[in-house]
Design a protein around this ligand. Sequence first.
Ligand code: HEC
Ligand code: HEC
Ligand code: HEC
Ligand code: HEC
Length: 454
Amino acid sequence: MGNSWTWLSNWAGLATAGGLLSAAFLSPASADDPKLPFHGADTHLGVTSCAGSTCHGAVEPFKGSNVLQNEFITWQRQDKHARAYAVLLNERSKRIARNLGIGDAHTAQMCLDCHSDNVAENMRGRQFQASDGVGCESCHGGARRWLGIHVAGSSHAENVAAGMFPTEDPVQRARLCLSCHFGESSQTKFVTHRIMGAGHPRMSFELDTFTTIQPAHFAVDDDYKKRKGAPSSIQVWAVGQSLALAAMLESVLDDKRNRQGIYPELVAFDCHACHHQMSNEVDLRWRPRAGVGLPPGYPRFNDANLVMLRVIAGRVDPDMAKRLTAKSVEFHKASAEGPAQFQGKAKELLGLVNDMTKKLAGHSFSKDDMNAVLKALVAESGTGELFDYAVAEQATMALGAIISAMRVGGFIDQAQLDKMNAALEKCYAATTDDELYRPADFAAALGSFRALVN
Ligand code: HEC
Ligand code: HEC
Ligand code: HEC
Ligand code: HEC
């Protein structure tokens, strides 16, 4: 099942990317959210229409232009999205498709919805090709109305008004990425446990880290900040946690997605609660977690994002942190009672999480906030809440986002940055492979952080 995180090994060195610190008041997820590119009303013209050498297909960044103009080359050569369709032709995909009995993976809607820009036939321009995979318009929105004006130099606001998706806004970006990196309410655009069982890799997502390693085809310079603003990495991380948790709770509440026969849909549960070694080594066996409150022998909801959100709330809104903590335990316990009880508590928890999203979208994280969140996160290891793999994995990416924000804000010097990156690297090493994960190694890696934040 393991996904080996080869890309993470050198991520510590990249903990310098990400946005610059500025007060950012973002739009919280709501009914007036712009439509995701997949659901928008504008025709998708295809990657070719963006890739001209004087447009976004330059080999080198253009001097004097406010965007890099080599975005297409970055995407084509380094971005896995450009290969998302091609992977549907490989052996692994063939086996998945065979196991599911869906014919060819590269023609199955169940795969194409996330591995290509699978908009309806009548929404495809002449140059559109499904084989482009996850292309520019999968994220930036169908270009029919904005292609012309943006070439002529329209402002970003004008582009957005003409259907460009506001990818710079962390709330909207989170909605966008999660629609494929977790899935959405649909018969097909959701990786169920059945699809995992057929051989699909486990998925995990953290908005700030994944924005950085995509890799970024944009530069957050002064001009960018003037045009678009630039939320800090820690705010992007925080907003991403809130929306990821909301997406999971929505899946629990979604009648189309919440059952697998007599079982609940297991992708919302902690994979390693079931898929772990049964060695008798005490360190690898089940442990009680106060934040869960379930007895041994129960599958548990994957609460990695929830643990992160509690840590964030502890600093940003302590009263909310108390309510989240209490509601989390009720929610976990309800999972052992029955579907109606579980959904009832999921709904209550989702209400709190949506309030948190609004709060975080308008919260500008200060240096003291960053220090406090970092300290609180590291302290969680002492409470045993970071024991499970999924939580350790999220905690590691969280540390990367916070360090990045501190560096960009100028709150730590090079010597501190080096020490923190060295400690971060140990956390990455301990979480590289979920199947070899040993909680004691992760706790030791966090120990080296503790020495730095006290
Ligand atoms: C909800 C969206 C979604 C659906 C539906 C989906 N996938 Fe994926 N798939 C992803 C994402 C996201 C990744 C990357 C996961 C990661 O690395 O974090 C991925 C990764 C993969 C990989 C591994 C790619 C690699 O580079 O090693 C294969 C193979 C794959 N998917 C095949 C399929 C097939 C076959 C189907 C249809 C049965 C399918 N996927 C359906 C989103 C989806
Ligand atoms: C997986 C999603 C995704 C894909 C695919 C993607 N982008 Fe982006 N793009 C982003 C994000 C996120 C940003 C950063 C936020 C922002 O500035 O809007 C961005 C920023 C940009 C920018 C803005 C730079 C600036 O300084 O304002 C340009 C231009 C751009 N992308 C062009 C492209 C082109 C061309 C393609 C296809 C070859 C492409 N993008 C594919 C997500 C994507
Ligand atoms: C239309 C669906 C779709 C959207 C939207 C999307 N992704 Fe992806 N993403 C994928 C698929 C599918 C893959 C796997 C491709 C592969 O491995 O070949 C992937 C892979 C990735 C990877 C590589 C992961 C790895 O294991 O190496 C990163 C990083 C990533 N996406 C970031 C993002 C970010 C950030 C956003 C939002 C700005 C985003 N994606 C939006 C479908 C999507
Ligand atoms: C409640 C327990 C439970 C949870 C939680 C769970 N699974 Fe499973 N999983 C199972 C069972 C039972 C099977 C069927 C085993 C078999 O067929 O031998 C299975 C099968 C699988 C298989 C196929 C195994 C094989 O031998 O080919 C994969 C892969 C898988 N699960 C991945 C995941 C992932 C990824 C997650 C988390 C998103 C997850 N599972 C969550 C119980 C669980």
